[in-house]
Design a protein around this ligand. Sequence first.
Ligand SMILES: [Zn+2]
Length: 310
Amino acid sequence: MKIRLGLDIGGTTVHGIAVTAHEPHDIVTEATHPTRKGADGVVAVALDMVTALRSALPADAEIVSIGLGVPGIVHGGAVTHAVNLGLDGNPLELAAAVSAGTGGTPTTVENDVKAATLGGLQWLREHGSDVDDLALLNVGTGIAAGLLLDGRLRHGSRGMAGEIGHLVHDPTGPLCPCGRRGCLELYASGSGVRRQWAGTAAELFDAADAGDLDAVRIRDELTSGIAQAISLLAYSVDVTCVLVTGGVVSATPALRDAILHKLRSDENTSLGRLAGIAERVRWLPAGHPAGALGAALLGAGDEEAGSWRS
Ligand SMILES: [Zn+2]
């Protein structure tokens, strides 16, 4: 049995998955480990996860590829900025290190949201959407997108395609850790809400409904910021589908309803009706392992005709 491994290396946990090498990429086994930080820690936790997954596989399993998704800028197989993994400066040749540590298994490393885009594509295909282009918008601690255009994952000239979180949303807004003012991420993300609101997203919506003026403002900025990100992706690359995921949008159906309402309110012009952005939006179910699954599929592209290539 040929197997592909995918590791979603997050700031707190590593989610590992083993899938069959060819369609329909059935999940054979999964595991979760705590993250270790710094260059040595990230390599070690990746190799330990490979060992753990391999030990749970049938005796006849052959691992044909390993894919790694990391929360940072990835270029040429190296991870540069991944602050949540304690990597901020010297490029880490993570793919080469993991390949060397596994006896030469072909290994690919990609930004985690870009990798998750492939997992999202797989979910859409399983649910009857035969798209070959989509944007996956992840609204978690930050906000960022992955782009799959005409069947190809868009990496970008510097690995930054879809990194929209630090576009300036309000030039008079608060200072962002990136050094600019009023970045989109300060409003339309989990960290953006936590900066201003002590409770959960569901409590935020309840308080806004009850007339709390701060809650109304934070809710409306969150809603319009995410709606703007969706519109930005739809207008800039005109993808068939914008698949939205992440803890913030999973937290309350009221937010999803508010985002769709905001997008539909923009359809009262002929351009807005032509764009039809609200009808392009899909929501990835909470708990779907798109990150690890997509990382596993990083190694599949060259072999499956009609599939994607990175
Ligand atoms: Zn910023």
